[in-house]
Design a binder for this molecule. Structure first.
Ligand SMILES: Nc1nc2c(ncn2[C@@H]2O[C@H](COP(=O)(O)OP(=O)(O)OP(=O)(O)O)[C@@H](O)[C@H]2O)c(=O)[nH]1
Ligand SMILES: [Mg+2]
Length: 489
């Protein structure tokens, strides 16, 4: 080895040590953005970054409203192995003609937002300007469904998944998978071809079932449907066995191989995702799209409640030994947000918050007991509608006006994605239990409620004046104040 390469190495080490030390000096807030698929994570993160970088109209976010944020910018994210959150790409989609929402997220990404600010007063003001990093990851919400797997054995999971597959008469994909398994002997020697065929049939069944009814379908593993970098990996080449029971499979048998791969999936895929991205959070926002569940009708709200309960239970410190060991750090502020509140007139926002309180009741209770500050709000990170009143006879109906996405319908009217429309989505019931109550068929009132999806507002990348116009939102400022306000005081 040449001396110069040694000195270069030393210089590199010094440089990284310098960067490390300077990063050590700057406080970091790790903000968890948690939510199922399509709940609004990517839009929330994009709107948050844009509002801080370009300056938003955020009267209830004190640091910005008081003009104390001197600069906010994206820095290289701390983890070199993760791609950066595609902020610019999402902005470009919103600036297109017609504007587009970001696509469903298919892989992990991360961002570090650095905020330079002046303290509000007192001792800190005298200490000079402050700086914090806000680290956020974005991921496919689908993957969240896998967290509860961590508490299951292969036998538990097999029992649940096979029972689910048999629940309804699935003449198509479930039948093909179930009949394939009927001819299998789990104690026979392991056979890779059987594992591949079974996993393929199982994946087809998962995909078909999810397409039919995403809301009522809770089973993982979700990477089968959205493999990311794991496509074709043996980590995804397994399936549940009907005869798994509690029996122990002979060594080198098919059953033993599938059980081992299930355990590898947990320890190599689910656990690292959880450990690397959720275990060290300081603050967390949980986004819940209750309106989509109301749209789905029937018991979709109950299913959403159960799914969220199962996921949020994983965040409970002390839930089991493995998790409690990595959950030493505790989230001290937890915000539950009902997203897409711009689908409703503001007179209904309190009721939407009421529904969310019931949906997340247990998690709210647990977090409060653990000493976290908890808040519930209805928000729209990017407001796509404005409010209006329509007169119907003597009645005044609180409406929202926007451009419904192509294919959206109200009654017989199908929208083309170009024309603006005034929509009366219906009133949420005063008592949230009426919507969520067990065995509520198509609950009273819910037939009249219909939330159409709107095009996002078209945003300007650069205004002629140079300053980008602020993005419209509902209570994004209150969310930011709760999540970051005290760290910028
Ligand atoms: N009207 C309105 N719609 C929103 C808002 N935020 C999200 N949406 C809608 O919800 C959809 C999903 O939002 P995303 O931010 O992509 O959701 P996500 O949680 O990142 O979803 P995955 O990437 O699949 O996990 C968008 O395509 C919009 O249609 C909002 O503030 N207002
Ligand atoms: Mg996303």
């Amino acid at each position: 080895m040449r001396l110069s390469s040694l000195t270069e190495g030393a210089a590199d080490a010094l440089r990284s040590a310098g960067a490390f030390l300077s990063a050590m000096r700057t406080p970091i807030v790790r903000l968890g953005v948690t939510g199922l698929a399509r709940s609004g994570k990517t839009v929330f993160i994009t709107a948050l970054v844009r509002s801080l970088i370009a300056g938003g109209r955020l009267p209830f976010f004190a640091a910005l409203a008081e003009g104390r944020i001197t600069r906010a910018y994206l820095e290289p994210q701390p983890d070199d192995t993760l791609p950066r959150f595609a902020y610019e790409e999402h902005l470009c989609a919103l600036a297109a003609d017609p504007p587009q929402w970001p696509e469903s997220t298919r892989r992990l990404s991360q961002l570090r937002l650095t905020i330079e600010y002046a303290s509000a007063g007192g001792l800190r003001r005298r200490l000079g300007p402050g700086k914090i990093h806000v680290d956020i990851v974005d991921y496919p919400g689908e993957w969240l469904i896998d967290l509860p797997l961590l508490g299951q054995t292969f036998a538990d999971w097999s029992r649940q998944a096979v029972a689910e597959a048999r629940q309804r008469d699935f003449v198509g994909p479930a039948a093909a998978w179930l009949s394939f398994m009927a001819g299998l002997d789990p104690s026979a020697p392991a056979n890779e071809q059987h594992a591949l065929t079974g996993a393929d049939l199982f994946t087809r069944y998962l995909t078909a079932r999810h397409a039919e009814d995403a809301f009522r379908f809770a089973s993982g593993p979700r990477r089968f449907r959205m493999p990311g970098d794991l496509e074709g990996s043996p980590l995804l080449t397994f399936f549940p066995l009907p005869s798994a029971g509690d029996d122990v499979h002979p060594r080198a048998s098919l059953g033993a191989m599938l059980a081992r791969r299930f355990e590898s999936y947990k320890s190599r895929v689910v656990a690292p995702f959880f450990r690397d991205h959720f275990a060290r959070l300081d603050r967390q926002i949980v986004l819940i799209d209750a309106l989509a569940a109301i749209n789905a009708g029937g018991d979709a709200l109950q299913s959403l409640q159960q799914t969220m309960q199962a996921i949020l239970l994983c965040f409970r410190p002390g839930a089991n030994t493995w998790l409690s060991s990595i959950l030493a750090r505790r989230v001290d502020r937890l915000l539950f947000a009902a997203t897409k509140a711009d689908h409703l007139h503001h007179v209904n926002h309190d009721r939407l918050e009421g529904i969310l309180r019931v949906l997340a009741e247990r998690a709210i209770g647990r977090a409060a007991t653990a000493g976290a500050e908890v808040k519930v709000i209805a928000l729209a990170a990017l407001r796509a509608t404005r409010e209006a009143e329509l007169r119907r006879g003597r009645e005044r109906l609180p409406c929202i006006v926007g451009v419904p996405l192509p294919g959206e319908r109200v009654g017989r009217k199908v929208f083309d994605g170009r024309a603006e429309a005034a929509v009366f989505p219906g009133d949420l019931p005063v008592d949230p239990q009426r919507l969520i109550a067990l065995s509520a068929p198509q609950s009273e009132g819910s037939e009249e409620m219909r939330f159409v999806a709107f095009r996002p507002p078209r945003i300007a990348l650069d205004a002629p004046s140079g300053a980008a116009p602020p993005l419209p939102h509902v209570r994004l400022d209150r969310a930011l104040e709760f999540l970051l306000g005290d760290r910028l005081a």
